[in-house]
Write a new protein. Structure first.
Length: 329
């Protein structure tokens, strides 16, 4: 019995170790997502089949930059990173990166501390047929740049199947955005446990673009803004409305602002220091809307002081806003 128990313990330990190693590898892999994509495809004829590469090597990680240089029919610059173990040597003159959606062959020496050369990209016809079978879209030559993004984002058949099992029917363009912006299945599943379940796919992508994490959602919920809709949440993220910012405004006496007003405060960089400076100018407590207008029209405590020195004795912030607009003090 002890032997059986010991064997079971060993097996369980191996399973746990494998699961942890897999999770760590996936987390590490996400850190190596595409860092930069810059494209000028105004002519619609930009090609990604070949170009130039440079690479640097650091602690087993290869940082790669791809470009086709400047051309009249469009240009691109792409920066991404990958583990050295993902690259395969082809003798001394080339190496390659194989992924489910295609293969990139790099002519030149295997990445040293610094290296460069030319690259060629070929999409995987089997993967292309798989996508067609999923009825994503009719993949034409003009959509090759989307396919190239699938390669950069390391999209697999399993990922596509899992996305569809979750009720989404992405186009090729949407799938390429999911890839580039690293929309993980874990993130989608975590959102389903918040007030932002069943998001439209485009909004889901925007959430990731603007780094709307589950922690951010939970922090806003604790601060009293767990009820705002997805569009407002996106605007909060764009304008850096954080739990600390809300706490800062509360300390100045303006907590529990309506969501749209809070967003406007953030848009115009209204903080507790500005509010306190106005209140210190011996005015009546202004409304949130008047504070917003004052900031827009650059009404400061010094402006109020100057106006009073010229005979304006109102204690209403709105009066000083009108003075500033008229430019007559």
């Amino acid at each position: 019995m002890k032997t059986v128990f010991k064997l079971a313990t060993i097996v369980l330990t191996l399973i746990l170790s494998t699961s942890i190693a897999t999770a760590q590898k996936e987390a590490k892999k996400r850190d190596y997502r595409v860092n930069t994509i810059s494209m000028n495809n105004s002519s619609g004829s930009l090609k990604f089949q070949n170009g130039f590469w440079t690479a640097t090597k650091e602690d087993g990680v290869i940082h790669i930059q791809l470009t086709n240089s400047r051309k009249s029919n469009g240009s691109f610059f792409i920066s991404f990173s990958t583990d050295e173990e993902e690259l395969t040597k082809n003798g001394s003159a080339s190496f390659e990166l194989n992924r489910a959606s295609g293969k990139m062959v790099f002519n030149g020496q295997f990445p040293q501390k610094e290296s460069m050369g030319k690259f060629t990209f070929t999409k995987n016809s089997d993967f292309e047929n798989f996508l067609k079978s999923k009825v994503l879209t009719n993949i034409s030559k003009s959509e090759n740049h989307y396919f190239f993004k699938l390669f950069l984002g390391d999209v697999t058949k399993s990922y596509v199947n899992s996305i569809q099992k979750r009720g989404y029917k992405p186009t090729l363009k949407q799938l390429s955005k999911l890839a580039i912006h690293d929309v993980s299945l874990a993130y989608i599943d975590a959102l389903e446990r918040t007030n932002y379940r069943n998001l439209e796919l485009d909004m889901l992508i925007k959430f990731t673009i603007h780094d709307i994490s589950i922690d951010y959602i939970n922090e806003l919920d604790k601060a009293g803004y767990g009820h705002i809709d997805a569009q407002m949440l996106k605007r909060f993220a764009i304008h850096d409305v954080s739990a600390n910012y809300i706490k800062d405004l509360s300390a100045a006496g303006y907590g529990n602002l309506e969501a749209n007003m809070l967003k406007r405060f953030a848009t115009h960089n209204i903080n507790s220091d500005y509010i306190k400076s106005l209140l210190a100018a011996n005015i009546s407590r202004p409304s949130a809307n008047d504070i917003k207008k004052a900031k827009i029209h650059r009404v400061s405590a010094n402006f109020i002081k100057e106006a009073r020195s010229k005979g304006h004795n109102s204690q209403e912030l709105s009066d000083y806003i009108r003075l500033k607009i008229r430019g007559s003090i």
